[in-house]
Design a protein around this ligand. Structure first.
Ligand SMILES: [Zn+2]
Length: 492
């Protein structure tokens, strides 16, 4: 059994790990590199393995940095199964098509503006649709076998709807032993609204863990509701609009849930809530289809007949651009949740133009805003702010929430890894160098990990299991993986 690290090794996007087991090659995740347009495009064009030699793909969740290269894999000839949970399959059915649509639009833009007639989308909507036909969805706790001698079970990861931890039991023919292997995918945080908390994998011989916040602690999620109630009430008293730029999948539904709960607890007045994003509306519909993912609080709310994702529960979905524009003239207070999350595209920019210069209004920042985005300018309270080339005075109140992250923080990551048995090896992936080095230091202090090897693999690194179930790094590296993101990879 061998493990080959490619994407999300010493970085946080483009997740791809290749498992060589019993003569088969299984790809764990097939994520897209995100970041600067040209660099990401080049990194995404190349797979560091022969696509047709892959026997199966196992996918932990639907986020594009884990699933977004599946249509390209299929475009390049992959025809095997793609295993994931039912909810992940449904979310991928809208997210991969949306991603393809963005690729198509990008290519058109490059053709026109940069006068490059050869610009092609990475993949098209048709490619995404072809990939979707290969999905084989499996319920939580239902064993499946992606390769001979391999039994895999999905468990709740508490990260986004459908997200799964993977528990593998492998009869490894090379060493003639059973190897228990766990992969976190992305690990959620405790008490995230809507979802069941992540479960604990036990008795593992080897763990691959994400490390995004390996060096950070989050604010408590329970503090969010009170802060939200206070600020929404103040804006309501002023007769202001509450504008929330939000990611379409996950964050939008969490907000719908929290607002519904505050209303039920009489902490805020009933307010009109508009979800103004076609992708967020489609995702919300998928949330309604998957009660198997709900935590007890959401089940209770549903039992009371207060579905936060349905028009009866108070949310209004805008169908088209005309309805979205009509919100500009809506009298009195209302909550408008709109995409995109970083305010770089979509309908949110029009709502900001209409509200940003009136001190009655409130803009809630609920997600990470990357540098050079309109969202970041709002966070930094740049004044005036340019939208579509025109300056607008920023007079609306801006409030920032850092507690919404869907990733486990250091404390939770440590607890998970420290309680998974007495593994011989822990591989840290999906993190920046600084976070992983700090995380490794902490991991070594855990009682059950004192004897484990803690690896921080670089792209292209290959590890092999030995007869004692220890792992050794091979001298050979996958040069394509190593060069995809460029740069040097001095060992950490
Ligand atoms: Zn994720």
């Amino acid at each position: 059994m061998k493990l080959e690290f490619s994407g999300a090794a010493r970085n946080v996007t483009g997740s791809k790990h290749l498992l060589h087991v019993n003569g088969k090659k299984i790809l764990l995740e097939c994520g897209m590199f995100q970041g600067h347009r040209t660099e990401a495009l080049e990194a995404n064009m190349t797979f560091p393995f022969a696509v047709t030699e892959i026997d199966a793909v196992v996918l932990s969740h639907a986020h594009i940095d884990h699933s977004g290269s599946l249509p390209l894999l299929v475009k390049k000839g992959y025809r095997g199964p793609i295993y994931c949970t039912h909810a992940t399959r449904d979310l991928c059915s809208i997210m991969l098509k949306d991603s393809a649509y963005i690729q198509e639009k990008d290519a058109e833009w490059i053709k026109k503006k940069l006068k490059d007639p050869k610009a092609e989308p990475l993949y098209t909507i048709a490619d995404a649709e072809r990939a979707l036909t290969l999905f084989r969805s499996v319920g939580y706790k239902q064993e499946f076998s992606p390769a001979p001698g391999c039994k895999v079970t999905f468990h709740d990861a508490g990260h986004i709807l459908g997200s799964a931890l993977e528990e593998w039991e492998i009869e490894d023919q090379d060493i003639g032993k059973t190897v228990r292997f766990g992969f976190t995918g992305d690990l959620g945080r405790k008490s995230l609204p809507i979802l069941k908390d992540c479960e604990q994998l036990k008795n593992l011989d080897i763990l691959i863990t994400e490390s995004t916040y390996g060096n950070r602690l989050h604010d408590e999620i329970s503090d969010v509701a009170d802060k939200l109630a206070k600020e929404v009430n103040e804006a309501y008293k002023r007769g202001g609009k509450i504008i929330i730029p939000s990611f379409a999948v996950g964050r939008s539904q969490e907000l719908l849930y929290l607002l519904r709960e505050l209303e039920h607890d009489k902490k805020i007045k009933p307010l009109p809530i508009f979800l103004d994003s076609p992708l967020a509306s489609a995702a919300t519909e998928i949330f309604r289809l998957h009660p198997e993912c709900y935590d007890d609080e959401l089940k209770e709310m549903m039992d009371r007949g207060e579905d936060p994702f349905a028009p009866e529960g108070g949310v209004q979905f805008t169908e088209d651009v005309e309805q979205s524009k009509a919100l500009n003239n809506f009298p009195g207070s209302a909550v408008i949740i709109s995409a995109s999350g970083m305010c770089e595209a979509g309908r949110i920019r029009h709502h900001l133009i209409n509200t940003i210069s009136d001190p009655k209004n409130l803009i809630l920042v609920v997600g990470f805003m990357a540098e050079n985005t309109l969202g970041r300018k709002i966070v930094e309270k740049e004044n005036p702010i340019n939208i579509f080339g025109d300056p607008y005075e920023l007079k609306a109140e801006v409030q920032i929430y850092n507690a919404f992250s869907a990733h486990a923080d250091q404390r939770r990551l440590l607890r998970f890894a420290g309680s998974c048995g007495d593994p011989k090896a822990v591989f840290c992936v999906h993190g920046e160098d600084e976070a992983m080095v700090e995380f490794r230091k902490k991991l070594k202090t855990r009682k059950h990990l004192a004897k484990a090897d803690i690896f921080i693999p670089a792209p292209g690194d290959i590890f092999e299991i030995t007869k004692t179930k220890k792992w050794k790094k091979l001298d050979e590296v996958n040069e394509t993986s190593r060069s995809i993101l460029g740069g040097e990879w001095p060992e950490l």
